[in-house]
Design a protein around this ligand. Structure first.
Ligand code: NFS
Length: 649
């Protein structure tokens, strides 16, 4: 019998704790309990296992002096690099297959073949055309849009030359990539090449594999993800500040509740639109409900939160808790971060678990295929009806409706940041740069990524961000991490007063922004690339991305996608710190390369640190080092709070 953690050790999120307690009383198993039940394989966890051929799998000792090698003679450094490269390829594939879906959808709309969606942000299409070198003078908008869509789609299978969006980077950063020979070609080509290079008997130089992985990761960040963000903005609107409510309390006992858990914004968009149809509302009312309530969960929810202020139920590990409420009439999923356990747990309640994408079917789930290009509206209606019909099956004895929810302001695209800081007539990044130069803002850090049930849910995110804010570091967020902070009120302008050092507090008050900016889903980390390019362009902070006092962190990550994102930030010149665990063996050449030496090649580097306070310290040290190199470091005390001070806070 496994001993399960006490709920207080599992999460700091009150509503999650409340529902997990009920889940245990209901005898259902959640992702947290399964994490207690299955210990990670210690050899796999250190990437000291290679299973890419059938002379093995070979497992090496994780203790120095690492003399043992695989049957083919491969060293532990090659083992680690291969595993790393494959994670980057898988993550890149995931973001990019999603990006391609957006490109195909956009193209069908631009061509006038699909009237279920519209292009809502024409300005974005012109901007994209500019980056892609597509002429716009004197041309019909639709012709431009079709060409933009085709160019974006072609970028996936591009065989020669680099992805055009890379030219948005500062010249020096671009030159670094060119000199290293890692300017990526099309996304598909880079993913295929990385899979090839990591098969048995191909690339057996760990540095060459890691640099090859950088090429693949760059194709993700500056290719697939950038296409996804750009075209989704064109279709659904570029985010600008908007209010919403987050946490499980957004579920409403009196209405039909639909939770959409996934990554395809057009699926959620259609379900929301169909739920607003008076005929649908009438149908729900006829069954005794007061209406229909659609909320997001994880990333497509993040996209619709920052674009239209859609309420959001929480990060992906909270999906079990949502079902345990007994008031979720349907949970609809598309692709990515969908736990198979949801199928099992939904059967313990009345919840319908519905898959909608041919790529992601789950045993035991009902499948209603959603095709954005054909009959999206019809399918959207069908999905909403299915939830309405299930409302009558609620089991009153199993209901526990959570009440906790928090208000937030989100929607900080790089365009919105530009506007907020500079105003509509002189929108620019100059004010941000000035505040960094004068030291009111010490640096900017992207705190992103998943939750991982092996650590206390949300706690690492929140403690890290608190430390950064106290030290005048502006925080930009995406993905599940953003929900951790939003649920605790960090995304309200008032949070600046409560959590920030004096400099950051002053800037936030003057501009009227929260100190933690929500920028969208994980694919929207490409927005952070855009923002940091603008920072270099605005001047005064160096000539390449690696000069900036910035960093990235994914303190509770769990996905291969996070590794791909981390690596494109490293390849773009940032320090990237990961928590929980990292697939490496300490004191090997591979470890030394990715954590140190790689900085000479790429300008950025990796760090692994599970403790949020130590992570904050290493990030702040890095930022101070960059400030010093820029000659803008005014001596500043680092505020390190002791336990007592933390408790008071
Ligand atoms: Ni990102 Fe979205 Fe969340 Fe992690 Fe999964 S939902 S794309 S991978 S778990 S942040």
């Amino acid at each position: 019998m496994t001993t399960l953690r006490e709920i207080k050790d599992i999460t700091i999120c009150e509503s999650t704790a409340e529902l997990l307690t009920k889940g245990r009383a209901d005898s259902v198993s959640t992702v947290f309990d399964r994490a207690d039940d299955i210990k990670p394989c210690p050899i796999g966890a250190q990437q000291a296992c290679c299973k890419h051929c059938y002379m093995g799998p070979c497992r090496l000792s994780t203790k120095a002096p690492y003399e043992k090698v695989g049957v083919c003679g491969a060293t532990i450094d090659v083992f680690q690099a291969r595993g790393f490269g494959r994670a980057v390829a898988a993550g890149t594939a995931a973001h990019s297959d999603h990006g391609r879906e957006m490109a195909e959808l956009f193209l069908s709309v631009a061509k006038g073949e699909n009237t279920d969606y519209q292009i809502r942000d024409t300005k974005k299409v012109y901007t994209m055309a500019g980056y892609l070198g597509i002429a716009t003078e004197g041309r019909e908008f639709n012709d431009i849009a079709v060409e933009v869509g085709e160019a974006c789609l072609a970028l996936f299978s591009q065989q020669h030359g680099h992805i055009k969006f890379l030219e948005r980077a500062p010249k020096k950063t671009f030159q670094r990539w060119a000199d290293l020979g890692i300017l990526p070609r099309g996304v598909d080509r880079e993913v295929v090449e990385m899979m090839h290079r990591t098969t048995m008997g191909v690339d057996q130089d760990y540095k060459n594999i890691v640099l090859g992985s950088a090429r693949c990761a760059l194709a993700d960040g500056w290719g697939g993800s950038m296409v996804s963000t750009g075209l989704s903005d064109a279709l659904f609107g570029t985010p600008s500040p908007v209010t919403a409510e987050v946490d499980l309390g957004v579920l409403d006992e009196k209405r039909v509740n639909i939770v959409v858990n996934g990554h395809e914004p057009h699926v959620l968009d259609m379900i929301v639109r169909m739920s607003e149809d008076p005929a649908m509302i009438a149908k729900a009312k006829a069954l005794g409900a007061e209406g229909i309530n659609v909320v997001g969960m994880c990333c497509s929810g993040n996209e619709q939160l920052v674009r239209r202020g859609l309420n959001h139920a929480g990060n992906f590990v909270m999906a079990d808790a949502a079902i345990i409420t007994g008031i979720v009439d349907a949970i609809m999923v598309d692709v990515q971060c969908i736990m198979m356990g949801l199928s099992t747990i939904s059967k313990c309640y009345h919840t319908k678990f519905v898959t909608t994408n041919y790529r992601c079917k789950v045993e035991g789930a009902e499948h209603v295929e959603f095709n954005g290009e054909h009959g999206a509206m019809e399918t959207g209606k069908k999905l909403v009806e299915l939830a309405i019909d299930n409302y009558k099956n609620r089991d009153k004895a199993k209901i526990k409706a959570p009440s906790k929810k928090e208000k937030m302001v989100g929607g900080f695209s790089h365009e919105a940041i530009n506007y907020m800081l500079g105003g509509s007539f002189r929108g620019s990044y100059n004010p941000l740069n000035e505040n960094i130069i004068n030291g009111k803002i010490r640096g900017v850090v992207g705190v992103v990524g998943c939750n991982n049930p092996r650590v206390k849910h949300d706690w690492v995110h929140v403690e890290l961000v608190k430390e950064l804010l106290k030290n005048d570091i502006l925080v930009v967020q995406t993905g599940c991490s953003a929900l951790a902070l939003a649920k605790l009120g960090f995304m309200q302008p008032e949070a600046a007063e409560k959590y920030c050092g004096p400099g950051l507090r002053e800037v936030c008050a003057a501009v009227g922004i929260p100190p933690v900016l929500h920028s969208g889903a994980c694919v929207d980390n490409s927005r952070i690339l855009e923002a940091v390019c603008e920072m270099v362009a605005a001047g005064g902070l160096g000539n390449e991305l690696a000069d900036l006092p910035i960093a990235g962190a994914a303190p509770e990550y769990m996905s291969e996608k996070a590794i791909a994102i981390g690596h494109y930030f490293v390849a773009s010149g940032a320090l990237v710190a990961f928590g929980v665990t990292f697939p490496y063996t300490p004191n090997t050449k591979f470890a030394d390369y990715i954590f140190n030496e790689i900085e000479n090649d790429l300008g950025g580097k990796w760090a692994f640190e599970p403790d949020p306070y130590a992570m904050a310290k290493l990030i702040i040290d890095h930022i101070d080092k960059k400030r010093e190199a820029l000659g803008i470091n005014v001596a500043k005390e680092r505020v390190l709070f002791d336990m007592e001070a933390r408790r008071q806070l």
